[in-house]
Design a protein around this ligand. Sequence first.
Ligand SMILES: *Cc1c(COP(=O)(O)O)cnc(C)c1O
Length: 237
Amino acid sequence: MRGFYAMIRQNLVRIKERIQQSCAKVRRYPQEITLVAVTKGRGSEQLQELVQAGIYDIGENKVQEALTKYIYRQAISLSLTSIRWHMLGHLQTNKVKDAVRIFDLIQSVDSLRLAGEINKQAAKINKIQDVLVEVNISAKQSKFGIRTDEALGLVARMDGLRNIRIKGLMGIAPSIDNPESARPYFRMLKELFVQINKSKIKNHKLQILSMGMSDDFEVAITEGATMIRLGRAVFQG
Ligand SMILES: *Cc1c(COP(=O)(O)O)cnc(C)c1O
């Protein structure tokens, strides 16, 4: 176990160096980038290690798995009030009630129907739920995410939902062997982000641009990502 934790720490050091180098290339500051450690498929004990290493943003793909870890966290009363939980995976409407209870940021909102359900469940517990709109930038590879040409319209229609706060956009580049090939997809999402902000939809000033995973986060940073989501880069040797 010791070896495993040492490896995570080493990985984090290396990741931070790579974030710094990518930022330097485009004159950005590393503090502009939030690292979300994606813990899907990993045990609850590993949460503690991440927090001790200074990682407070945790990403999960499934509501059920996240709930288990959430309960574990409470059980060992890990001083984790400061953990921010991110929902990254596709969210079914029948799971929204639990999702709204535990997640600080739901990154996978891709339809008005889903947004409406989140709004309704959030209202019941007097919560303003922060969300990102997931945009399908990889066209044929993914069935999730709103089409790029429908994203602005969706944001506009969500404007009336009072228990939702749209914080930004999330996108997943197609998985390709060369990270450089992801660049046009990230650039497209950044352009959409700027365009939506220019349209000045009343309550929403987008701040978070969540793009970049283990294979392509450096490219994403140079294209303007403010949040990267890393699984394998954190946990694998
Ligand atoms: C799994 C996952 C990640 C992390 O993927 P890695 O390639 O392991 O870094 C990031 N975002 C989403 C939406 C994911 O499902």
